[in-house]
Ligand binder design. Structure first.
Ligand SMILES: *Cc1c(COP(=O)(O)O)cnc(C)c1O
Length: 360
């Protein structure tokens, strides 16, 4: 049986060498005599797995020493609450930049804990652009500024980092972390659910500047208090050990690929190939402004929407899986994370051209 090409937005495709290695190690990790799944999270074996994963991530994006790396549960959606709980630090307001469905959800949840100011907003124009920085209405008294560098549903991606001065910048990088180099020192906190570009679902990476720790409101659940998890090396309670192990294997694999610097070159090229087919005629379209089109998630529509289901079922018959758009948005979406091989993109592009020839 051959594996299909999987364009799912998340949980997304995993690098095949990682799955093979996990398969090899499944019954007996190292010389432990047990599966990783069966090891105590307090055992020296698991401590080694955990430390290696953290070091792998630190090496890949050059995380400075004054940042903690936490491996938590609850997904990015839980961070939508954990961030205000931990980072308000006595302040009453936080600034949110709304550029798509995920930043909207982040702002919605934060409003349970503080006054949310929408500092910039593209909702009225259908989330197809990145608001120019000069138009942002930032409050110097805000606890932090939150934005979503890559909007997974809308396919809008920043290729620049806002400069927010002394106000910590918080980024939901769930669908872009490790897809290209980033300067971690520009951020107060970066978070990402693993299941897009990092590993399997069930684990969430939080990279937080250490001076921001220690201010959680008393109502914060202890497993989501960054200070506690930093103190306990993310082992306050039982972590998702197997998912943590798999993310470590993905980091090893990524190092072998040349890291985010090398992935950026491939990712830019993969995305360009798909946008070229979309832009070649009127059959397919993508409404996102060209200067902020995502490399990772490419939503597209067909002029004749009655062809959507035909497209999706023919694609599946051709081994191209999960090209449907987000449930609330419809249309199609191709997610091209690091683990989607360029041969998969070439197969998708060939299929799209052929489909257009037959149905256009
Ligand atoms: C998928 C996604 C989320 C939600 O992640 P969960 O782990 O399901 O909570 C949040 N933000 C972004 C940018 C995403 O892509």
């Amino acid at each position: 049986m051959t594996r299909a090409y999987n364009f799912c937005a998340g949980p997304a495709t995993m690098p095949e060498p990682v799955l093979s290695r996990a398969q090899d190690e499944l019954l007996n990790w190292g010389r432990s005599g047990a599966s990783v799944m069966e090891l105590s999270h307090r055992s020296p074996e698991f401590q080694q797995i955990a430390r290696n994963a953290e070091q792998g991530l630190r090496d890949l994006i050059h995380i400075p020493g004054n940042y903690s790396v936490l491996f938590l549960q609850g997904g990015a959606s839980t961070q939508f609450a954990a961030i205000p709980m931990n980072l308000l630090r006595g302040k009453r307001t936080a600034d949110y930049v709304r550029t798509g469905i995920w930043s909207d959800k982040a702002a919605e949840q934060a409003a349970r804990y503080c006054e949310v100011r929408i500092a910039a907003d593209t909702r009225a124009t259908g989330y197809t652009s990145v608001p120019e920085f000069s138009t942002w209405d930032l409050d110097p008294e805000a606890a932090y500024v939150h934005y979503t560098p890559n909007e997974t549903v809308n396919g809008v991606e920043f290729d620049w980092i806002p400069e927010t001065g002394d106000v910590p910048l918080i980024a939901d990088m769930s669908s872009t972390l490790l897809s290209r180099p980033i300067d971690v020192s520009r951020f107060g906190l970066i978070y990402a659910g693993a299941q897009k570009n990092i590993g399997p679902s069930g684990i969430t990476v939080v990279i937080v500047r250490k001076d921001l720790l220690g201010g959680a409101i008393p109502e914060t659940p202890i497993p989501f208090d960054y200070q506690v998890q930093n103190r306990d090396a993310s082992l306050y309670n039982t972590p998702p050990t197997f998912a943590w192990y798999l993310t470590g294997l993905v980091f090893d694999w990524l190092k072998g690929q040349g890291g985010p610097e090398a992935m950026a070159v491939v990712n830019e090229r993969k995305a360009r190939k798909v946008y070229e087919v979309i832009d070649a005629g009127d059959f397919y379209s993508n409404r996102v402004e060209r200067n902020c089109r995502s490399w990772m998630n490419i939503p597209f529509q067909m002029s004749d929407t009655s062809l959507d289901s035909v497209f999706l079922s023919e694609a599946e018959q051709n081994g191209l899986l999960n090209l449907n758009g987000f449930r609330a948005v419809g249309g199609m979406r191709a997610s091209l994370y690091n683990a989607v091989p360029e041969s998969g993109v070439d197969a998708l592009v060939a299929f799209m051209k052929d489909f257009e020839k037959r149905h256009g």
